[in-house]
Design a protein around this ligand. Structure first.
Ligand code: SF4
Ligand code: SF4
Length: 153
């Protein structure tokens, strides 16, 4: 079974058509710029031949996300605490620069939380779930949210 397919970046493609001539299966159509993923065997010949670097080989499956190690999580928590403190310090100061500093520390802190694998209540679905959980209908709300979410295998 093939593990990857070719994809063309139209911004880089100069239509020199080498891919069309080297492809053994006729998957690369330069007339309509489509690479037929059914016909593509993932051999990579076109990507090597393209002088513009317009073709990349895209894996069809990705490895499962790895868990963070405990020491990394610990460092992230320390970093998060510092960003939160910096946000609080900036919030107490006047002026637009302080507002920018406050906002930038908030964005970095949120990134750290996401990186550590925690959910942020920013989407409407998550908000609804948390509100219903707080109101005591947790299992029903969780079932509704699960029915709306795709699963990454
Ligand atoms: S060889 Fe590269 S630049 Fe030429 S048509 Fe194919 S993708 Fe585009
Ligand atoms: S990877 Fe191989 S089969 Fe797929 S489009 Fe390129 S040359 Fe054709």
């Amino acid at each position: 079974m093939k593990e990857r397919v070719a994809v063309r970046n139209l911004r880089l493609c100069t239509k020199e058509c080498v891919c069309l001539y080297v492809c053994p299966t006729g998957a690369s159509d330069t007339e309509n710029s489509i690479i037929d993923t059914e016909k593509c065997t993932g051999c990579g010949i076109c990507a090597e031949a393209c002088g513009s670097g317009a073709i990349s080989m895209l894996p069809l499956t990705y490895p499962k996300q790895q868990n963070h190690r405990e020491n990394i999580i610990k460092e992230m928590r320390t970093l998060l605490r510092r960003k939160t403190e910096a946000e609080g310090t900036a919030a107490a100061l006047p002026g637009p620069f302080a507002r920018a500093l406050e906002r930038s520390n908030r964005v970095m802190a949120e990134d750290i939380i996401r990186e550590a694998g925690y959910m942020l209540p920013q989407s409407k679905n998550t908000h609804d779930l948390l509100e219903k959980t707080a109101a005591g209908s947790g299992p029903e709300a969780a079932a509704k949210l699960l029915s709306l979410l795709d699963v990454n295998e």
